[in-house]
Design a protein around this ligand. Structure first.
Ligand code: ADP
Ligand code: ZN
Length: 221
């Protein structure tokens, strides 16, 4: 199964993507994490991407498209994948159509998370991130067991510099202007299913199972 998770920053794309990944046993491709990895390893891509990310702007299309195209070629994507954070512009959406078309496959589903922008601003100010394994926490709604330490791998959690309020507001604007318009294309193809982004974390598994119900047949016992 090949699916996209769509929604503004802080809408809970990552949480849902990880859950679906476990349910369907397909990998999540998170462009934000891949780019942060490039930045921390100080690769050529990372050095070019860093300033855009810190400002809350999009990294140039060709950099991201190349990363994703390479990642999708790996063996673990042959049975399907979840794209989290890509495509984010019309050019990226065109590139994805081309990449899939070249392999004779299509998307199965686009999950669109709907959430109020003010909820996002509050949530992101409380978000902490594990730089080693990518796990995400929320100090109020989903805190780690030990203060500021990752449950999964024990690394020290950090706040992303782009989770500061003024940068979050810029990211929300960028989302409205550059990313949301892509949804129309997927709506025309009847691929879009909506999810509510404002439900409590404990209810997310049920929400995911409800929406994915028809696709889960052979995966859930
Ligand atoms: P969020 O979805 O919460 O905004 P991400 O971790 O997905 O955060 O992305 C963080 C930053 O990484 C973005 O603000 C942008 O600079 C960059 N980025 C991630 N994915 C893309 C993409 N597909 N195209 C361009 N830039 C991207
Ligand atoms: Zn971790």
């Amino acid at each position: 199964m090949r699916l996209l998770i769509f929604g503004p920053p802080g809408s809970g794309k990552g949480t849902r993507a990880r859950l679906i990944s476990r349910l369907l046993k397909i990998p999540v491709i998170t462009t934000g994490d891949m780019l942060r990895g490039e930045v921390s390893r100080e690769t050529e891509v990372g050095l070019r991407a860093k300033a855009y990310m810190e400002r809350g702007e999009l990294v140039p299309d060709e950099l991201v498209i190349e990363l994703v195209e390479e990642r999708l070629r790996r063996e673990d994507c042959s049975e399907g994948f979840i794209l989290d954070g890509f495509p984010r512009t019309l050019r990226q959406a065109d590139a994805l159509d081309r990449i899939l078309g070249e392999r004779g496959v299509t998307l199965d589903l686009v999950l669109n998370i709907v959430v109020d922008p003010e909820v996002v601003v509050e949530r992101l100010s409380l978000r902490r991130w594990c730089p080693r394994c990518g796990a995400i926490y929320n100090l109020k709604y989903d805190p780690p067991r030990v203060d500021e330490i990752c449950d999964e791998c024990g690394a020290q959690l950090i706040q992303r510099s782009d989770d500061r309020e003024e940068v979050v507001r810029r990211r929300l604007r960028v989302y409205e202007e550059q990313t949301r318009p892509i949804l129309e294309r997927y709506m025309e193809r009847s691929l879009v299913r909506e999810m509510r982004g404002d439900i409590p974390i404990e209810e997310i598994p049920r929400e995911v199972e409800e929406v994915l119900g028809p696709y889960l047949g052979n995966h859930l016992d």
